[in-house]
Design a protein around this ligand. Structure first.
Ligand code: HEM
Length: 486
């Protein structure tokens, strides 16, 4: 305990760093702190130590190589009070975490991910047709697309309309979780002690939110299980995460309620964790394609040269499209949608390079800062897919690795998510031109670079123009086979 803590800015006597930690854009704030104090920084507020990791090397050293100590989560009582239990992303390190992790990882294993491809392709084709018929509804189409894939594989549900009641519930909950100043998952929001500080939280505020949200959360978790049980009773349940887990228990008489709770909790976490992040990344992609038309044109030229214009890209084409691969990776880096990851927590005292890391520290992998590291990425605020290409065409910079987190808590849906993003971007670039809209005077409208703030971060609403690249592309979209082969 005599060893020094990692360095950090000057702190106030009791409040510590409470007044300097911003409520939004913490990723940038931590990134700037790293310039003065280094890649590992200590901050504190009453009773809580934060260790902020600003480089991939340190995150790997602590969160991966010492993962036995750094795989716990800090408790987020307000979210638990809302009924999010048991949810893998929030579970403390222990037997229940291991059970949920196993169930989820098993379903999204790298070697089995190809099973989902027919469903992903069909869903993207439907997305293309929706974008063709109502391009101004881009946002709704994207969120419908992301949720529909995950709901189908989680509980066999055919989500076909943005007006679906169940989708409405999930979106309302997500909205609550990301609204800045509410339950945004900002550092300030997630620490229980702050609930007692009137300056941050007016009295009665949280109980009010909980009253409003709890029945919705309950329904979000209960409906999928009831739906699958009903379909199984009728004998036509589609393959799904819930169906597989229930079938595995078939020979047991009377499934314990705790087991059912685990199945529905794990299922709900899959689409709450996966849909918002996938949708957010695709929303970022449309914004980027509008801002960087030269990158869009280069990716389209590559697709045209490799695939021609007579068919839509397929997963088999992935190896043949190196620039498109760089576009996907650069989209994940440029403004990553989970900018400070999900906080880990240390279980025991530890020492790193002569610095003391107290037991119970909240450990934040600042993935935004890692993506902006000037020692690795030249001109990091610029979207430049070519940076990853070998020299002399590119700069041979490494693909980003931080955006899916680290160690035993690394995103279990990462292989599936990358597949979804790749096929979506490939088909959209093959068929559509994305550009800035015009105002009444015929001048281009420059989008404002504004982002939401919370655990997940995505562009604030913006307009863009989406039109088929040509008549051949339009025909490909209209004639695309959307038969359900999954
Ligand atoms: C672009 C898409 C996605 C991004 C950027 C993303 C990012 C992340 C990050 C940063 C974490 C925290 C990792 C850590 O604590 O170190 C995480 C956790 C998680 N993600 Fe994802 N994710 C994405 C898609 C998905 C998908 C498609 C699924 C479901 C299939 C999913 C399910 C989860 C779950 C269940 C956790 C909690 C894991 C745990 O606490 O052990 N995610 N994700």
């Amino acid at each position: 305990a005599r060893l020094p803590l990692p360095p950090g800015p000057p702190a106030l006597p009791v409040l510590g760093h409470m007044l300097i930690i911003p409520r939004s854009d913490q990723g940038e704030f931590f990134h700037n702190l790293a310039k003065d104090y280094g890649d590992i920084v200590h901050l504190h507020i009453p009773t809580i130590s934060f260790i902020v990791l600003n480089s991939v090397e340190i995150a790997v050293e602590l969160l991966e190589k010492r993962s036995h100590n750094y795989s716990d989560r800090p408790s987020i009582p307000v979210i638990e009070m809302m009924g999010f239990f048991p949810a893998l992303g929030l579970l403390p390190y222990g037997p229940r975490f291991r059970l949920h992790r196993r169930m989820t990882q098993q379903y999204f294993k790298r070697q089995d991910i190809a099973t989902y491809r027919p469903l992903q392709i069909r869903s993207v084709r439907i997305l293309l047709q929706n974008l063709l018929s109502a391009p101004e509804d881009r946002n709704n189409h994207l969120s419908l697309y992301a949720a529909s894939i995950l709901m189908r594989i989680t509980f066999g549900y055919d989500l076909s309309s943005s007006n679906d009641t169940y989708l409405g519930i999930v979106k309302a909950i997500n909205h609550m979780l990301e609204t800045p100043g509410l339950l945004s998952g900002t550092i300030i929001d997630i620490f229980p002690i702050l609930r007692h500080l009137p300056s941050w939280l007016p009295g009665g505020y949280y109980p009010g939110i909980v009253r409003h949200i709890r029945p919705m959360t309950q329904k979000m978790q209960d409906f999928p299980l009831a739906y699958v049980q009903e379909q199984m009773a009728k004998g036509w349940a589609k393959p799904s995460f819930i169906a597989i887990n229930l079938e595995a228990l078939n020979n047991q008489s009377g499934i314990p309620s705790n087991t059912l709770l685990d199945i529905k909790g794990a299922a709900a976490q899959i689409y709450t964790g996966g849909a918002e992040t996938t949708w957010g990344t695709l929303s970022m992609f449309f914004l980027i394609m509008m801002l960087y038309p030269e990158c869009q044109a280069k990716a389209q030229a590559e697709i045209d040269a490799v695939i021609g214009s007579g068919r839509l890209p397929d997963f088999d084409d992935r190896q043949l499209l190196p620039y498109l691969e760089c576009v996907v990776q650069e989209t994940l880096r440029w403004n990553n949608v989970v900018p400070i990851g999900v906080p880990h927590r240390s279980l025991e005292d530890d020492v790193y390079k002569g610095m003391f890391i107290p037991k119970g520290s909240v450990v934040i992998a600042n993935t935004r800062g890692m993506s902006l590291n000037e020692n690795i990425y030249s001109d990091p605020h610029t979207f430049n897919p070519s940076r990853y290409l070998p020299k002399p065409e590119g700069k041979a910079e490494p693909y980003p690795v931080a955006h899916f987190g680290f160690g035993r808590r690394i995103c279990p849906g990462r292989y599936f998510a990358e597949d979804s993003l790749w096929i979506t971007m490939a088909l959209i670039l093959a068929t559509f031109k994305i550009s800035k809209p015009f105002n009444r005077d015929g001048k281009e409208i420059m989008p404002e670079l504004k982002f939401t703030s919370g655990i997940s971060r995505h562009p604030a609403p913006y307009q863009c123009k989406i039109e088929p690249r040509d008549e051949i592309a339009q025909a490909l979209i209209v004639q695309a086979d959307t038969t359900d082969y999954y």
